[in-house]
Design a protein around this ligand. Structure first.
Ligand code: ZN
Length: 169
C-alpha cells in the first residue's frame, strides 16, 4: 500500500466527472487499499478516488468512532435509489478543502446500491453520519464539492482561505 497525494481546491481535476468501474479486480482493490491508507493518514472519514487524481467511481469510508475498531468500507459505482424528503443539516469538512467547515443540508436518509470490495452488489439504507458522508463522497464523483452547496460568497472565501494556507505551508 502507498500513500497518494490528495488534491486541494481549486485543482481543476476535482471538477472531473468520474467514470464507472467495469470490473472490481486486484488493480482496483490496490487503488482502494491506497485510498484507505491515505484517508486514515490524513486523517479523514471518507475519500473519493478523484481526490487522489483517479477519476473513477470509487469511495472509501470509515465512520467508526476513534476509540472503536476500524471499520473500512468500500463503495464502487454507488447509486442513490431513493432519498427522503426530510433533510438534515450537518457541518461538513473535506480533505480537499482543508480547515473549512460549513453546514450543508441533505436528505436525511438514502437507499444505496453499490459494489463492495469483492465486487458483490449490495443494497443498503443509510442515515445519520453514514448518509451525510456517502452523499458528500458521491458528489465528488460528479465533480461537486461541499462548498458548491454554499453561497457563492462563502465558496469564494473558502477557496481564498485554502490558497492562503497552501502558500503559508
Ligand atoms: Zn470531500
Amino acid at each position: 500500500m502507498a500513500l497518494r497525494e490528495i488534491l486541494i481546491v481549486p485543482d481543476p481535476r476535482l471538477k472531473q466527472v468520474s467514470a464507472r468501474v467495469e470490473v472490481v479486480d486486484d488493480a482496483l482493490r490496490a487503488l482502494m487499499d491506497d485510498m484507505l491508507e491515505t484517508m486514515y493518514a490524513a486523517p479523514g472519514i471518507g475519500l473519493a478516488a478523484v481526490q487522489v487524481g483517479v477519476a473513477r467511481r470509487v469511495i472509501v469510508m470509515d465512520i467508526s468512532k476513534p476509540e472503536d475498531e476500524r471499520e473500512p468500507r468500500y463503495f464502487v459505482n454507488p447509486e442513490i435509489l431513493w432519498a427522503s424528503e426530510e433533510t438534515a443539516p450537518y457541518e461538513e469538512g473535506c480533505l480537499s478543502v482543508p480547515e473549512i467547515y460549513d453546514e450543508v443540508e441533505r436528505p436525511a436518509r438514502v437507499k444505496l446500491r453499490y459494489q463492495n470490495y469483492r465486487g458483490e452488489t449490495i443494497e443498503e439504507d443509510a442515515e445519520g453520519l453514514f448518509a451525510v458522508c456517502i452523499q458528500h463522497e458521491m458528489d465528488h464523483l460528479d465533480g461537486v464539492l461541499f462548498i458548491d452547496h454554499l453561497s457563492r460568497l462563502k465558496r469564494e472565501q473558502a477557496v481564498k482561505k485554502v490558497k492562503k494556507q497552501v502558500r503559508a505551508a
